[in-house]
Design a protein around this ligand. Sequence first.
Ligand code: GYE
Length: 322
Amino acid sequence: MTFTRRTLLGAAMLAAACAGSALPAFAAKPLTIGFSQVGAESEWRTANTASIKAAAKQSGINLKFADAQQQQQNQVKAIRSFIAQRVDVIAFSPVVETGWETVLREAKNAKIPVILTDRAVKVSDPSLYVSFIGSDFVEEGRRAGRWLQDYAKKNPNKQLNIVELQGTTGAAPANDRKKGFAEVIAGNPKMKIIRSQTADFTRTKGKEVMEAFLKSEGKNINVLYAHNDDMAIGAIQAIEEAGLKPGKDIVIVSIDGVRGAFEAMMQGKLNATVECNPLLGPTLMQTAQAVAAGKPVAQRITVTEGVFPAEVAAKEFPNRKY
Ligand code: GYE
């Protein structure tokens, strides 16, 4: 697939300049990107949306933004509407991994390039999108697992009964974070996942599901692994309401590294967070501009991230950008 909009524009501008006339009016037409966002389910998502909107503004890109409220069918509708409007580039953060072949083929047939941000898709034909910009979620799950391995080494006599709050069912970060964590703790007889359930990446559900875990397992639980900080923060409330101490009676590790997690760590209620960077806006705009200009772009663009244990929370807090 080649995308020659800018090339064509360049030729037109050159022709106009050679003829000594003023630039044609359409030369100033900004690039239009249609972006379908997952929703507004977490602090991470809010920061991601803000980054995309700010970067579009800064790059003079016309952004058509649609919020899918965590529903794949809304994303499919939004993508179809972007195709009908003939935007220059379609970008989206797919709520789940599967079920995209048809709509992506429609975009390809319409010669509109698609960039994935944040979450990946599973498709049999990799030419259905030009690039995927986002984190390595399996590695994030492994990092959470490694943090727990270190904790286990410091507490060698403790049997660790883990409950897991999964992200949205079928979402790449839920599948991958589960996989990476399981891979690291496998074979350690001191670590066992006793309950695992989705809480849709939200605080409300994180609290609800943790309440149910506490009801059925009671004091048996001594570790919580949450696929994002928001679910951990919701669960912290449930743990406190059950008269237990989060961060002590139940050791907690989660993923994202949002400000709310740092605040919880500074209060001693969360033990560690694995960073996942939501500030993908500038890279998305650069990639979209390159694609529209017909330049080659990498099929996979990743992000560098760290791990923050509670011990460094107060020192790191002022540096956090989301
Ligand atoms: O971790 C979570 C959000 O896709 C990486 O989605 C993202 C995840 C993030 O709701 O907080």
